[in-house]
Design a protein around this ligand. Structure first.
Ligand code: SAM
Length: 246
């Protein structure tokens, strides 16, 4: 349970947070407080050393502070809700395409039995793999570096599908075919006109359609002056959910 060399640690100092690996050359300098490997190794989660609270990072910490991001990612506030709406569990097989930096896949992989994932660009395929390997994630993900439109998949094979590509419309018929009847579909889109186009195309293929936007409004945690933070990430994406009808 105590920290050892090679572990990842979440360091919390006031409103600063860092996810770091405890390697031989680990050091963190904040306001003249220098934290070194020997200060952390052997300590327990929850201990405070030189003003840093030492914790094991959660998946949210890993994604937001540890992943190398070269694409827009699905923020955990959205991906955890998507996983819930897709009703992921160990019995379910998920299809995902548009893997990008691998952030949403890391969340889905934790809940689903299997994830079949496709990323067309080699640099992002490699990036997602690198992020997952670094944090020992996504063992149940079959990731391929290929365009989803050319993969050969069985009719009715997937319990759930998540799509995060610039234009999902050209893939809708194929997505419908590879889903189990009644299966759950979700897609993230940044603009409302894209959502309108998708809704029109979905009409004859899906039922129980929902469009949702989730706003996360963090607060300054001062008990005497409790109020929202001045700045927030005001828009991430519109989430579309639906079920396959036959
Ligand atoms: N969901 C990812 C995450 O949370 O890290 C981010 C995905 S990123 C916004 C969109 C990705 O879709 C890009 O990496 C792009 O290369 C990929 N993409 C676009 N069209 C694709 C296709 N037809 N098949 C597979 N990947 C595709």
């Amino acid at each position: 349970m105590s920290f050892k060399e090679g572990d990842f640690v979440l360091l919390v100092a006031g409103d600063r947070r860092y996810v770091k690996r405890l390697s031989k050359d680990f050091s963190l300098n904040l306001k003249d407080r220098l934290l070194k490997l020997e200060d952390v190794v052997g300590r327990n989660p929850g201990e405070v050393v030189k003003g840093f609270c030492l914790l094991h990072p959660t998946l949210e910490d890993v994604i937001l502070l540890g992943f190398d991001r070269k694409t827009q990612i699905v923020y955990p506030k959205d991906s955890f809700y998507i996983a819930f709406k897709l009703d992921l569990s160990r019995e379910k097989r998920l299809l995902e395409f548009g893997v990008g930096s691998g952030a949403s896949t890391a969340v889905f992989s934790r809940l689903a039995g299997e994830v079949w994932a496709y990323e067309v660009r080699e640099e992002f395929y490699r990036l997602a793999r690198k992020n997952w390997e670094k944090f020992d994630l996504c063992k149940n993900v079959r990731l391929e570096n290929v365009d989803f439109s050319v993969v050969d998949l069985e009719y009715g094979y997937f319990d759930a599908v998540f799509v995060d590509v610039k234009d999902p419309l050209p893939y809708l018929d194929k997505v419908w075919k590879v889903m189990k009847p009644g299966g759950a579909f979700s897609c993230l889109l940044p603009t409302t006109n894209q959502v309108s186009s998708l809704l029109r195309d979905m009409e004859s293929l899906f039922c129980h359609v929902e469009v949702v936007e989730l706003l996360k409004r963090p607060y300054k945690v001062n008990p005497d002056r409790l109020r929202p933070q001045d700045l927030m990430t005001a828009h991430t994406g519109y989430l579309v959910f639906a079920r396959k009808r036959i």
